[in-house]
Design a protein around this ligand. Sequence first.
Ligand code: SF4
Length: 188
Amino acid sequence: MGIEAALPTDAILTTQLKRVINWARRSSIWPMPFATACCGIELMATACSRYDLARFGAEVMRFSPRQSDLLIVAGRISVKMMPVLQRIYEQMTEPKWVISMGACASTGGVFDTYAVVQGCDQYIPVDVYVPGCPPRPEMLIEGIMAIQRHIDNEGIPPKGPNGKRIPLNIAVQPTHVVRPQPLPIGLR
Ligand code: SF4
């Protein structure tokens, strides 16, 4: 980390235990991908070398809920699939967080039908909403950084008096700027 170059090797640092735990927790998030559609491809790209999710310590995708603490819902969720998603959420270790990635996971997107859940937050607590169809990898990284900031400041997620989880309800702001077409488009 380079800290040993800045300090003598026999130096002593003091801090609060809470800060060390939060630092370790936010630097080693293990995502559980629940990718059902096209957003899943962007999720895969986020872990590849171009975007390098490993820079944030969050590249170790676990397909076992008991080893994961960040559920990333990427893609549309059908009514039939929702009990599976709920069971996976319940099996994950505490403390845990949830990112809803893309329009379909957050709202059902263009699939306004009886078979598609119109927002997974109706069934599981969603902490961060990442906009887009699909969101770019940078947007997903913004969402993960929002979770990291929360862990840094607060530690574990909030719970109500009845022990029920309170979602953080953070919406990542879109950053995409539409550029003009490189060539004029017209009818011939
Ligand atoms: S939000 Fe768009 S890209 Fe993502 S799953 Fe839905 S249709 Fe596909």
